[in-house]
Design a protein. Structure first.
Length: 184
């Protein structure tokens, strides 16, 4: 299978994994705990910046055209969901993670962890203000920015850091295997 075909197949695979990750959730407040970050970060590490971001873009587009693959369903109206900012963040976050971890002859745990944490920060920088704006100006649920930080960031930080550590452990081990077998 040619390299580009492999990347396209893996891109579709990670879009599907992110969709599956949306259904593995613990509902708490307006933003549920899911495994989406795990698959987003793995996409960035394993596919690189462009195909990693593309996998998340495919996921978001499929949800926006109506497939019920987001944590709260799907369709174009989902743009007005408080959690949609995190979905935008997944695209940019996967790109950043891929950019930081690409072209490393020997991928280290620290490098992957740094990439994942940078991507996580990007996801929150986009997701939390979006959450705040939608809740206050679209759904008219009054919330201070401090409360938005608490419910859309602080609550998830320990679990997301654990997911980043897991991705760093997996990435350090899997990327060399994929490169050796010419899958990445």
């Amino acid at each position: 299978m040619p390299v580009k075909t492999r990347k396209i197949v893996l891109t579709a695979f990670f879009a599907a994994l992110t969709a599956v990750g949306a259904f593995i959730k613990i509902p708490i407040g307006p933003v549920p705990i899911t495994l989406q970050l795990l698959f987003t970060a793995l996409a960035g590490v394993l596919l690189g910046p462009y195909f990693g971001a593309l996998s998340q873009l495919v996921y978001v587009v499929l949800g926006l055209i109506g497939l019920p693959i987001f944590t709260g369903g799907g369709g174009p109206q989902y743009v007005l969901s408080p959690t949609f900012g995190y979905l935008i963040g997944f695209i940019v976050g996967a790109f950043v993670i891929g950019k930081i971890t690409q072209n490393q002859t020997k991928l280290s745990f620290r490098r992957v962890l740094a990439g994942c944490l940078a991507g996580l920060l990007i996801i929150y920088v986009i997701g939390v203000p979006y959450l705040y704006l939608i809740l206050n100006h679209v759904t008219h649920v009054p919330m201070t920015f401090g409360n938005a930080l608490l419910t859309g960031f602080v609550v998830f930080l320990p679990g997301d850091i654990a997911k980043c550590i897991l991705v760093a452990l997996l990435g350090k081990r899997v990327v060399p295997i994929l490169r050796q077998t010419r899958l990445a």
